[in-house]
Design a protein around this ligand. Structure first.
Ligand code: C2O
Ligand code: CU
Ligand code: CU
Length: 477
């Protein structure tokens, strides 16, 4: 089967909502090669231990013709370098803040202890300061990411450019017959949108509590990118990096994408899709087979009817490798029968279970490794509501059902950490944490998160049940 449509109903798309902004390419912008973030080089490797420095910094980027844009990035003027870690590795990171404001370094999708290593609101790094963290990679191959997460200015800092890819690799990936030559036949595609004011970003000017749309698409920080295709098959690691915008991807000529992965793992079985919706915070991995094209052809990737990326076909060798039916075996642990189903509601644009976020309030507790159902409901009514991308820090989950029905084909048997929930919809998740600590869960429309559609859970290790965590408050931060 080839799935022909998005797995969401069109009336729930953002096009119908207040504040929607269509995309545009500013006059005078020529097509330019897609920027591929360089791989971050380690400071040191010592057996299984690997050491990195990640520096949040100010910079300037030539995004539009004319004046450069003031931007922020990690070891780069904008976005960052790609960090590649391997399952089982012990990773040591020196976090350095060279910005004029405090920031935090959140590992979205990485299963690391909270709240300090996780890098949410309780882990500020002040201007000029350095902090060291370390963690063991306990998860399978996937594209995760690092982004700023200081409360309540996550959205502004991500808008300025603080986001980078963190790729997890493992032995399973190494043996799969898939493109894996980074920058040649494997590309991270960070999807974002920004508005420019005389070539500068001005988050306050564009602020909208319902979520900020940018007018100009930025793919890996580039407007109007093209990719030179030199292999028959290309693997794309999509990352929904917008504050608010959903991306509704499809190729020209209805070219099929073979989806192989979601947020935090490969899919058990690859599936063929024509269309792919990617919400804020989500990742989806696909392989595109250009067998039907020849040197000189151009085939483009669109969001709705807007052209995002041109793929320029060059001569390539034949590649008839076939994917096995099974490409990943997810764990599917039994649900703790003593645990009641948890109910989480996303209300209006700024509340979880009726409350705005408080840094000093623990909203729920769950035991380490206890597998529990979370029923996550978007309480916006279906006449006027929008999709809310629900995200949990420090854990992956399995999607069990949507309104009691089967989940979408690309969210079955795959590890997720961010899931779109439609207006009036309840999505049942199986959630378990393999690290203790305090973790946030929230809507990933970043303005909703900053406004308070966020809460926190404490994961209790039965071996150390009385452990407490120092929670920051808005005053001291
Ligand atoms: Cu990308 Cu609190 O998360
Ligand atoms: Cu996160
Ligand atoms: Cu939301």
């Amino acid at each position: 089967t080839v799935y022909p449509d998005y797995f969401y109903s069109e009336k729930d798309f953002d096009k119908s909502h207040m504040g929607y902004k269509p995309l545009t390419i500013p006059a005078g912008v020529e097509a330019q090669p897609l920027a591929v973030p360089p791989l971050l080089a380690p400071d040191k490797v010592d057996g299984n231990d690997i050491y990195y420095t990640i520096e949040a910094q100010e910079g300037e980027s030539q995004i539009l013709p004319g004046k450069k844009t003031k931007t922020w990035g990690y070891n780069a003027p904008l976005l960052g370098q790609t960090l590649v870690v391997k399952t089982g590795q012990r990773v040591h990171v020196r976090l350095k803040n060279s910005l004029p404001v405090l920031t935090s370094f959140h590992w979205h999708g990485m299963e690391v202890p909270g709240p300090i290593t996780d890098g949410g609101c309780h882990a500020p790094v002040y201007p000029g300061e350095e902090k060291d963290i370390e963690f063991t990679v306990k998860q399978p191959a996937a594209l995760t990411w690092l982004h700023a997460h200081p409360c309540p200015s996550t959205a502004m800092q991500v808008w300025m450019g603080l986001a980078m890819g963190v790729v997890v690799t493992d032995d399973n990936e190494a043996r799969l017959p898939i493109p894996k030559n980074y920058g040649v036949d494997e590309f991270p595609i960070i999807l974002q949108d920004r508005t420019f004011h005389d070539n500068q970003l001005d988050y306050r000017a564009d602020y909208d509590p319902m979520g900020v749309f940018g007018e100009v698409p930025l793919i890996n920080g580039v407007v109007r990118p093209y990719v030179d295709v030199t292999t028959q098959k290309v693997r794309l690691l999509f990352l929904g990096g917008s504050d608010r915008r959903e991306w509704r991807l499809h190729f020209e000529n209805d070219l099929t994408m073979t989806q192989i992965g979601g947020d935090d793992s490969f899919l058990r079985h690859p599936i063929d899709v024509k269309k792919l919706l990617i919400g804020p915070g989500e990742r989806q991995q696909v392989i595109v087979d250009f067998a039907g094209y020849k040197e000189g052809d151009v085939v483009s990737l669109y969001t709705d009817d807007f052209k995002l990326v041109e793929f320029r076909i060059h001569a390539f060798e034949k590649d008839d490798r076939e994917l096995p039916f099974n490409i990943f075996t997810p764990d599917d642990p039994a649900v703790n029968s003593e645990a009641p189903v948890r109910h989480v509601t996303m209300d209006d644009h700024d509340k979880i279970n009726g409350l705005r976020f408080s840094m000093e309030r623990i909203d729920m507790k769950q035991t380490l490794n206890s597998v529990e159902y979370w029923d996550v409901t978007n309480t916006n009514n279906s006449a006027s509501g929008m999709l809310h991308p629900f995200h949990i820090h420090g854990a992956h989950f399995l999607v069990v059902s949507r309104n009691g029905q089967k989940p979408n084909p690309n969210e079955i048997n795959v590890y997720k950490d961010t899931i779109e929930v439609g207006p009036g919809e309840t999505v049942r998740l199986k959630v378990y944490f393999q690290n203790a600590g305090v973790f946030m869960y929230h809507c990933h429309i970043i303005e909703h998160e900053d406004a308070g559609m966020m809460a926190q859970i404490q994961i209790v290790d039965p071996k150390d049940p009385d452990k407490t965590y120092k929670l920051m408050d808005m005053e001291t931060i």
